[in-house]
Design a protein around this ligand. Sequence first.
Ligand SMILES: Cc1cc2nc3c(=O)[nH]c(=O)nc-3n(C[C@H](O)[C@H](O)[C@H](O)COP(=O)(O)OP(=O)(O)OC[C@H]3O[C@@H](n4cnc5c(N)ncnc54)[C@H](O)[C@@H]3O)c2cc1C
Length: 398
Amino acid sequence: MKSRYDVLVIGGGPAGAIAAGTAAKAGLSVCLVEKRPAIGAPVRCAEGLGTEALAEFTAPDPCFISAELRGAGIVAPDGSSLQLNSQMAGSKVGYILDRKVFDRELVWRAAETGADVAVKTRASAPILENGAVKGAVLQYCGQTMRVEADVVIAADGVESKFPRWCGIDTTVPVREIMTCAQYLMTDIDIDPTLTVFYVGNEIAPQGYLWIFPKGDRSANVGVGISGLKSGSGHRARDYLDRFVASKFPNGKTIEYIVGGVPVCQPLACTAADGLMIAGDAARVVDPLTGGGIYNAMFTGRLAAQTAVSAISSGKCTKDVLMAYDRGWRESHMGKTIARNWHLKEYFVKMTDEKFNALISSVSTLNLEEISTKNLVRELIRKNPLVLGDLAKLALSLR
Ligand SMILES: Cc1cc2nc3c(=O)[nH]c(=O)nc-3n(C[C@H](O)[C@H](O)[C@H](O)COP(=O)(O)OP(=O)(O)OC[C@H]3O[C@@H](n4cnc5c(N)ncnc54)[C@H](O)[C@@H]3O)c2cc1C
C-alpha cells in the first residue's frame, strides 16, 4: 500500500468493488480497503438480483450463481397467493447469487485492473484539511497508517461511520431499519426456480419473509421486520423460528445471519469536499424491496466516473462532486427509490385484511410486464374501492 492515491475506496462490498474497478480502469491509482479479513464473508444478504441488473455489470458466471429464477410468489396472511410467472417458458427473471464468490470476484477484477486491495484494514478516521476530506487514517494489522487521496469513496455499508466522521448525518430512523434474520437451510421442499414472499403483520410486521432458493432443496429463508416492531420475544429471529418450525420442521440450518437494511430515504447529500458516499452507506437501498446490490454497484460506478472527471479537472470540491449526487438522483434508480419509498410507507400501514383482499384479487400476472409500477396499477384496477388511497398515491407519483 502506498501513502497516496488518486482514489481511496472504503469498503469491499459491491459498491466499493465496482468503484475501485471503474476508477482503476480509467487509469487512476486506486486503493480499496476492507476491514474484514476476507472479501464477501460473512454474507449478510438473501442474494437476489435481477437478470438485467446483473447484465449491466457482468455476464452471469456459474461460479457465482446459486440458482436461476423463473418466477415469484407472494403469500397473503390468509394463505392465498399471487403467482408472477414468466410468459415465455424458460426465460429467466433473476438469480440468487453466491455472494461469497460474487463479491470476491468483483474485487478480484478491480485488483486485476490495477487497484491495490488491503483486507483486514479499517478506516478509523478521515484526514481533514479545512473541512475537506484528503484521505483516511487506516488500521492495518495492528499498525496505523495515513493514506492521502484526492477523492475518498465511502462504501462502508449499512453500518457506515466514515461519512459521519466527516460531519454528515447518516442517521436512519429506527422504524426504517429492517432488522433481519436469515437461515441458509437445506433438506427442505421448495420450488428451486421460485422466490416466495410472505406478507402480513403476524408473519413479518412492516416487512416480509422470504424463501430464496439456493439449489434443489436449499434456500435462504429469512425475515425482515421494522426496527420499531422488534423487541424481546418478537425479534426477527423469533418470527423466523416460528415460520421454520411450521413450514420446514425437518429442514437443517447450516448458516445463521442477522443484518439491517436501511429502507429510509437516501442521505440528503452524498457528496462533500473530497468525498462521495455510495451504496448502503448512502442509504440507496430500494425501500420497498430491500434490494441494494444493484443500487450499490450503480452508485459505486457513478462515484468513480465522477472522480475520474473531477481529478482530471484538478478540482475535487463539493460543487464538482455534486454531479454524482445529481446523477444518481435523476437516474431511473434514483426515481425508483423516491417512488418506492412512498409505496413502502403505504404498505407498512396496511392491515392483514387489505393484504388478503389485494392478493386474492390478482391471480396471475405476466412477469415480463411486471414492474412495481405495473403491479400497483394492476392491483388498483382490480381493487378500485379498496385501494382508493393507493390510487391517489400512484397518481401523485406519475
Ligand atoms: C438479510 C439481508 C438480506 C438482503 N437481501 C438482499 C437481496 O436479496 N438482494 C439485494 O439486492 N440486496 C439485499 N440486501 C441488501 C444488500 O446486501 C446490500 O444492499 C449490499 O450489500 C450493499 O452493498 P455495499 O457495497 O453498499 O455494502 P456492503 O456489502 O455492506 O459492503 C460494505 C463493506 O464495507 C466494509 N467496511 C465497513 N466499515 C469499514 C471501514 N471503516 N473500513 C474498511 N471497511 C469497512 C464492510 O466490512 C463491508 O464489507 C440484503 C441485506 C440483508 C441484511
